[in-house]
Design a protein around this ligand. Structure first.
Ligand SMILES: [Zn+2]
Length: 191
């Protein structure tokens, strides 16, 4: 499975609700897990924290989130189906975000530090999750994907918020005009 990258229009679509978990849905989840771990093999400094179904071209409201966001050796992911934000709280904080679908660009993205969501687990069990800090950020980033929103949209007017990872794994500021603002590959304006 190939991970779709900007400016593919499938990343900009609003995805359909799942409602009923069929074998087709379980198959999509299996493919998402596999593609996340496959991506990680070729990105030694990065951890594949999460993925949303549209990143593989599936127009469904499904995300998977790594069970341990700090430990690459833990390859478990929890799937959340039809996730919805119930409430965000806490102060807004900026932190670095990257995305499997926005190759090599990172951003300092403001997000609320606490979130409450509801979703279905893979077996159909309804759950409510309270998350803060990096898990809250990850959930908000992934749920955004289901509505066609990318992290770059939140910082498009902040020219100091964009970075690129060098071959040592360090983030360096990028030239905003050429690499961000006027880069049709990023925004898909010419597609
Ligand atoms: Zn993403």
């Amino acid at each position: 499975m190939k991970i779709i990258t900007t400016p593919d229009p499938r990343l900009r679509a609003k995805c359909r609700k799942v409602n009923k978990i069929t074998p087709e849905i379980s198959d999509i989840i299996a493919k998402m897990r596999e593609a996340s771990l496959e991506w990680e093999k070729s990105h030694p400094y990065e951890l594949s924290a999460a993925m949303a179904a549209p990143q593989l071209g599936f127009d469904r409201r499904i995300i998977i989130v790594r069970d341990d966001l700090d430990d690459k050796k833990n390859t478990g992911f929890t799937a959340l189906i039809d996730p919805e934000v119930i409430k965000t709280e806490g102060k807004t904080k900026k932190d670095y975000e990257g995305c499997l679908s926005v190759p090599s660009i990172y951003g300092l993205v403001p997000r609320p530090t606490k979130v409450k969501i509801k979703a279905l687990l893979e077996d159909g069990t309804p759950v409510r999750i309270k998350a803060d800090d990096s898990l809250a950020r990850t959930l908000l980033h992934e749920i955004d994907h289901l509505d066609g929103i990318l992290f770059i949209d939140h910082i498009k007017d902040d020219e100091t918020a964009f970075f690129r990872m060098n071959d040592k794994g360090d983030l360096e500021p990028v030239d905003y005009e050429t690499e961000v603002k006027n880069n049709p590959k990023l925004w898909g304006e010419d597609e």
